[in-house]
Design a protein around this ligand. Structure first.
Ligand SMILES: Nc1ncnc2c1ncn2[C@@H]1O[C@H](COP(=O)(O)OP(=O)(O)OP(=O)(O)O)[C@@H](O)[C@H]1O
Ligand SMILES: Nc1nc2c(ncn2[C@@H]2O[C@H](CO)[C@@H](O)[C@H]2O)c(=O)[nH]1
Length: 434
């Protein structure tokens, strides 16, 4: 397990280089590993730069992710191919990206519950998917299917917005039996996306997710939901509010999805509203940066050393040096918020914003998994006197998540090709100290 977040001095947990005293206090001689689990729709992204007219001609909606049938997918593919508009084809899917990025950042295992074509030909989409996936992503649990995996046409219009058209293939054919309860129950987190809940009749990926959530709930494993697109949420916000209340510990969303869920356009205020349904919120807000909101026990609060900020909530970052806790784990829960502007103000050139939010979530998951790893290996550490959801503070996680998003913005693929640099070379090394 790599050390999450701050990358200046220590890159790995000291538990990997334990001194002889560890034997005296009865610690295991080799660190116990930790993993997370995710339930994913297996998708390859087909990235193309198009004009608004193409979206209109194919009845697509800007910013949305729409399911399209085979005839529409074939017509779209033929047009993009014929006009030479396809720039890249790479493994995608919100959770596939998140697990890959988690594994790349942390060097830890991420178990992928998803389908995969039974017979794979070299050069096929299934082949591309697997060869674009980190070797730390555990693909041993994939459920074989007879149909093709899904294709996600990722259409980028001149304004920089990306719109998705999904040809789903067999991506929703995951069965509840494919979920291995023992892997979920021993995980640091279970993560899935709201997209799963729109699977059609005869497809059971939603049932598979519900099964996994029930196991996670029983074993006190944090359940992490990322909201895919605002269009899905605004169809029935009450359903999602209720769903989050019933199942979800940690909610990740962007500011548009936050507004669809809560009716509030201010991301900070929306995050506060969402805290009535879950324990921790990550809300990204594009060029504005990102917010976190959560709970901490009053006696564990730590005041920030940064300048106090006011917005929809006055001096909202006062306790951002605290670590997030489940509301139920607090005797006197206090709401805590943090915010950060984009790293270096954002890249000079953004190649593709696709997956920037998935990157931020991967960083948060890394920090959560690191906490569990540390708790298992150094149970007597003062860090674990109270039960926190993460290893680092709200403030530190914000920085880390933001830093990872930056890395996604400067490449085409939503998947990181490598971890963060071991040492930040830029003048902004002080970023971590701010
Ligand atoms: N135009 C931009 N300029 C600077 N930073 C940006 C920009 N767009 C995104 N970011 C950074 O990336 C983070 C996540 O972006 P965003 O809110 O767009 O995610 P998202 O909509 O969930 O993306 P996706 O769904 O594609 O994963 C932001 O918090 C910010 O740090
Ligand atoms: N799982 C899933 N991912 C999607 C869907 N629509 C878009 N995406 C992914 O969203 C990612 C960016 O967040 C892209 O890599 C897309 O593959 C969908 O319906 N399901």
């Amino acid at each position: 397990m790599k050390f999450p977040g701050q990358r200046k001095h220590k890159h790995y947990f000291p538990v990997d280089a334990r001194d002889l005293r560890s034997k005296e206090v009865g610690l295991p001689s080799r660190p116990v590993r930790s993993h997370i689990c995710g339930i994913a729709q297996t998708l390859v992204d087909i990235e193309a730069h198009v004009d608004d007219d193409l979206l209109a001609r194919h009845q697509l909606v800007k910013g949305n992710s729409l399911l399209i049938d085979d005839a529409a997918a074939n017509a779209l593919y033929a047009e993009l191919k014929q006009q030479g508009k396809i720039v890249e084809e790479h493994a995608g899917g919100t959770i596939g990206n998140t697990l890959h990025n988690f594994a790349t950042l942390s060097d830890e295992r991420a178990v992928l519950f998803a389908v995969m074509e039974r017979q794979i030909e070299i050069g096929s989409y299934a082949y591309k998917y697997l060869s674009n996936t980190s070797s730390k992503v555990d693909v041993n649990q994939l459920q074989p299917v007879d149909g093709p995996i899904g294709r996600c046409f990722t259409l980028i219009t001149p304004c920089g917005e990306r719109s998705f058209a999904i040809s789903k293939g067999a991506m929703d054919k995951l069965e509840p039996e494919a979920i291995k309860p023992e892997l979920v129950a021993s995980a640091g987190a279970l993560v899935f996306a709201s997209y799963l809940m729109r699977s059609g009749d005869g497809d059971n990926i939603d049932q598979a997710a519900l099964r996994a959530m029930a196991v996670a709930h029983e074993a006190q494993v944090p359940v992490v939901l990322t909201l895919g697109t605002r269009f899905l949420i605004e169809q029935d916000p009450a359903f999602w509010q209720d769903f989050i209340q019933q199942h979800v510990t940690v909610l990740a969303m962007n500011e548009e999805e936050a507004e669809a869920l809560t009716g509030e356009s201010d991301p900070l205020k929306a995050a506060e509203i969402a805290l009535q349904w879950c324990d921790l919120v990550l809300c990204t807000a594009g060029p504005e940066g990102l917010y976190m909101a959560g709970y901490c026990e009053e006696s564990q609060l730590r005041e920030t050393e940064h300048e106090l900020r006011s917005g929809a909530i006055g001096e909202f970052n006062r306790y951002e040096f605290s670590r997030p806790m489940r509301r139920d784990a607090c005797d006197t829960p206090v709401k805590v918020y943090s915010y950060i502007a984009p790293y270096l103000g954002g890249p000079v050139e953004i190649l593709n914003t696709n997956g920037a939010g998935d990157g931020a979530l991967a960083a948060l998951l890394h920090d959560m998994a690191a906490n569990r790893y540390h708790r298992i290996n150094v149970p007597n550490s003062a860090k674990h006197a109270v039960s926190s959801l993460s290893y680092s503070s709200f403030s530190q996680i914000c920085k880390y998540a933001n830093r990872v998003s930056y890395e996604v913005l400067v490449q085409h693929s939503p998947r990181l090709s490598r971890g963060l640099p071991e040492r930040e070379e830029s003048l902004e090394e002080g970023y971590w100290d701010r």
